[in-house]
Design a protein around this ligand. Sequence first.
Ligand SMILES: [Zn+2]
Length: 258
Amino acid sequence: MSSVANRETSAATVEPIAFSLRPGVSLPDWSVVHAAPARQALGAILEAFGIERCFAGYSEIEDRVRQAVLMLYGELGRAPDRVALAEKTGLSADAVHAALASLHARDLILLDDVTGEIVGAYPFTERVSGHRVRIGARKLTAMCAVDALGAGAMYGADSEIRSACRECGAAIVVRTVRDGAELLAVVPAGAVVWNGIHYEGQAADSLCRVIAFFCSDAHLEGWSAARRGLKGFRLSLDEALQVGKALFVPVLAPPVGA
Ligand SMILES: [Zn+2]
């Protein structure tokens, strides 16, 4: 039994939060989250992120632009520019501009402070995060361990994740199958995820930095012991995949019954 206790936040006891993204599609998809630690971690993420505030007044145009950003990310292997987005969505340059500003304010995409170009859209970032995801021929960079695990399933595609132990730097490789929905292989076999809970400003600079892979429980414990008062959850790779699927599969899921 691990000595790293799951340090529960109040979210562990609240009713599952969900937001209706489009007809028949809710975010997150709680139906794929079976393990208790995964449900607690997901609840705490949503609470920290402020999902209700985040999605208040979320429009069909914003949803269309967000989906186009992520579809183009998958096609190009990098963040798309505004011209490509206008082409993909059929919206005017002004409409794309307004939707991107709104999505940025909601902390669903990241824009460069100077150029205004897209530099990230959860689950992906243009920064160096240490979490590489290969999906088909495309190599992308994920914001965090959970984002890396959820990315393949978001596209309905198998994935290979290459990351490193946050404590010792040892390589960690994860492969998924069944369209990214299940684990095929985890190396080393004892690897775990620390799903830290910390939100300040934007998730990329806070929450995502404390959701990481560790090569073993021992190394998670060593890292954790040096950082008192951490809030978060120790997840198996399968539990972390459940959280990733719950957060990202709905993002590109077609409306049901439409
Ligand atoms: Zn390690």
